[in-house]
Design a protein around this ligand. Structure first.
Ligand SMILES: Nc1nc2c(ncn2[C@@H]2O[C@H](COP(=O)(O)OP(=O)(O)OP(=O)(O)O)[C@@H](O)[C@H]2O)c(=O)[nH]1
Ligand SMILES: [Mg+2]
Length: 380
């Protein structure tokens, strides 16, 4: 279901500390090397990316909603995203109000990106890439540099674009994890509704058995979408999930989604519990879970990257949902996540895409991720 995204440029290490080609003529001998670095940075999809992006022709992959780029909903969603990222947008815009492209401009941009939660590594990467683009394009005005920055951010984020697919496995089993209050249950509710609207038979596993309210909250979403729910108050989350996957198979469901309880990454026994849930899903169905999605609150700042890394180390994530980008989120952390995802892909592991972005509590507030749109929202 949901729109399919494309390529993953072959990744590269974070850039070395490059001299500024715009102001440093001694950089010339390194030019060929840099060009090849940039070519790889922006270049053709690797084999791994192709296999990720292209669904096997024989598989009945379902697309519930191709990114509805021109719809009213999408436009108002982008406005919300822009509104949420406004602070970052205006502090980056400040950088480009002068008339000179000089060291001060790059220094201010560095501060603005760091303030936006992009982190040291992604900030250095973007600055190096931007300086290259400025030199290549012979940009003459700060506004032209800003446009090139939008391109640099888009290219950095592009590998994260990919649509969630269902239909390659029956049922497709999706496990959803994250820290407390990140927006797991709400996102599952919205996702379920989209799937149900696309005639997908969904079964929800209420594997958050800690709180009675958690099951009820999921049951409300299940009721709205008229889908089945399996749960047992106070039960073992792994056992509930196991039962749900078996029930999903027996009942011919297309998708089973397991909602897990929020937890801190430092709570070792609770992280172990997630690993157990993952293991029992695999026992109930070979090759499952097909997706392990981490829901990240976009307001978490740089800690979001630490969350991604820790949950990935424990569970081998397959995708991300970033929520609450309508609030006080600064938005730059996606750049840090993108760089991490590239480095992870460098080891031969699949890219971990951002399937959805949430900008509110309503159904239409969860939308597919588009790198260009996001970069523009970040700079508007
Ligand atoms: N503003 C805003 N609020 C959101 C968004 N997504 C979820 N929320 C709200 O965040 C709160 C927590 O959402 P839940 O879906 O319950 O979060 P959870 O991760 O399931 O929480 P636990 O199960 O307690 O760990 C709720 O009030 C949601 O309505 C979003 O994109 N924007
Ligand atoms: Mg929940």
């Amino acid at each position: 279901m949901f729109s399919f995204f494309k390529k993953k440029p072959s990744a590269s290490d974070a850039p070395p500390a490059l001299p500024d080609p715009a102001v440093d003529s001694a950089a010339a001998p390194l030019e060929a090397e840099r060009r090849s670095w940039l070519a790889r940075l922006r270049g053709a999809p690797s084999e791994a990316a192709t296999s990720i992006a292209a669904p096997p022709a024989s598989q009945p992959v379902v697309a519930a909603s191709d990114a509805p780029m021109d719809t009213e909903d999408r436009r108002s969603w982008i406005d919300k995203l822009r509104g949420g990222l406004r602070k970052t947008g205006s502090s980056i815009a400040e950088v480009f109000t002068g008339t000179l492209i000089d060291g001060a401009l790059y220094e201010e941009l560095e501060s603005a990106l760091l303030m936006a939660d992009a982190g040291v590594k992604a900030t250095a990467y973007l600055l190096a890439d931007l300086k290259w683009r400025v030199a290549e394009e012979r940009a003459r005005t700060p506004q032209a540099v800003k446009a090139l920055l939008a391109n640099a951010i888009t290219d950095l984020l592009r590998p994260l674009e990919r649509g969630l697919r269902v239909g390659e496995h029956v049922p497709t089993v999706i496990m959803v994890v994250g820290v407390n209050g990140a927006g797991k249950t709400t996102s599952i509710g919205k996702l379920t509704r989209h799937l149900a609207d696309a005639n997908q038979k969904v079964l929800l596993a209420a594997a958050d058995t800690f709180r009675a309210a958690a099951r009820e909250q999921l049951a409300v979403w299940a009721g709205r979408s008229r889908v089945e729910i399996v749960g047992q108050e106070g039960g073992d989350p792994a056992a509930v999930t196991f039962d749900a996957v078996l029930a999903g198979k027996a009942r011919g469901c297309d998708v089973v989604i397991a909602d897990t309880a929020g937890r801190l990454t430092t709570q070792v026994h609770l992280m172990d519990e997630l690993k157990k849930i993952r293991r029992v899903i695999a026992k109930a169905q070979d090759g499952a879970p097909h997706e392990v999605l981490l829901v990240v609150d976009g307001n978490t700042g740089q800690n979001a990257l630490a969350q991604v890394q820790t949950f990935d180390a424990a569970l081998q994530l397959t995708g991300l949902i970033i929520t609450k980008l309508d609030g006080t989120a600064k938005g730059g952390v996606l750049a840090a996540i993108a760089l991490w995802a590239r480095e992870r892909a460098d080891t031969g592991a699949p890219i971990v895409p951002v399937y959805f972005i949430g900008v509110g509590e309503k159904l239409e507030d969860l939308q597919t991720f588009d790198a260009r749109e996001y970069a523009q929202a970040l700079l508007s």
